[in-house]
Design a protein around this ligand. Structure first.
Ligand code: URA
Length: 202
């Protein structure tokens, strides 16, 4: 065990840049991703937002939240009066997991084991950013941050995560998938209200 601890200490990055180099050099747990998608935003941001994993667009562009879910998030933040540029945005899992169907790459949710595999990186990353509040978007982020399964619709709102002031809300992809226009509008308004409430806590 002493050797293992020494090996860990040697690996422990001393900066976010060094951590990011480790992440970039790592193999995806599930093969196929183009690249690791790193967190983005200023160190010392008051709020960190944690998503699930990069999607198809994020995997190609190498930036978090640039696809349809990211666009919805950006619009909701704007409506809530929160400047996206001042936030730190990242994901619980750093590689896109998918199945190929013809030309399309269909998103696959990470397993609990995969989330656990990436958890050390996420926690180390947050340790460098030191936000006042960590917002989990959806169940995967909430699992990664709390270490237990979370029912997002029942438990949405403030939640203490392993040493961080946290807040749980839905994932924007969930909003994109809601079938009825009316239902989607209502759920989006609730999402904006959550973001506004979270920002007031930070
Ligand atoms: N969904 C996520 O959870 N993260 C992204 O970066 C993009 C889509």
């Amino acid at each position: 065990p002493e050797k293992a601890v020494a090996a860990m200490a040697r690996q422990a990055p001393e900066s976010l840049a060094e951590l990011n180099r480790l992440i970039q050099r790592s193999e995806p747990l599930v093969p196929g991703a183009t690249q690791a998608v790193l967190g983005e935003g200023p160190e010392g941001a008051a709020i960190a937002i944690v998503g699930e994993q990069p999607g198809d667009h994020e995997d190609r562009e190498g930036r978090p939240f640039v696809g349809p879910a990211g666009q919805l998030l950006t619009a909701a933040l704007e409506e809530a009066g929160v400047d996206r540029g001042g936030l730190y945005l990242t994901n619980a899992v750093k590689h896109f997991k998918f199945v190929q169907r013809g030309k399309r790459r269909i998103h696959q949710s990470p397993t609990a084991g995969e989330v656990k595999h990436y958890r050390w990186w996420l926690m180390t990353e947050l340790g460098f950013v030191r936000p006042r509040l960590v917002v989990a978007l959806g169940a995967t982020a909430a699992l990664a941050l709390s270490g237990r399964p979370v029912s997002v619709l029942r438990e949405r709102g403030p939640m203490a995560f392993d040493g961080w002031n946290g807040f749980v809300t839905v994932h924007p992809s969930y909003l994109l998938r809601l079938p009825g226009d009316e239902e989607r509008r209502r759920a989006q308004a609730e999402f904006v209200a959550d973001l506004r409430r979270a920002a007031a806590l930070a």
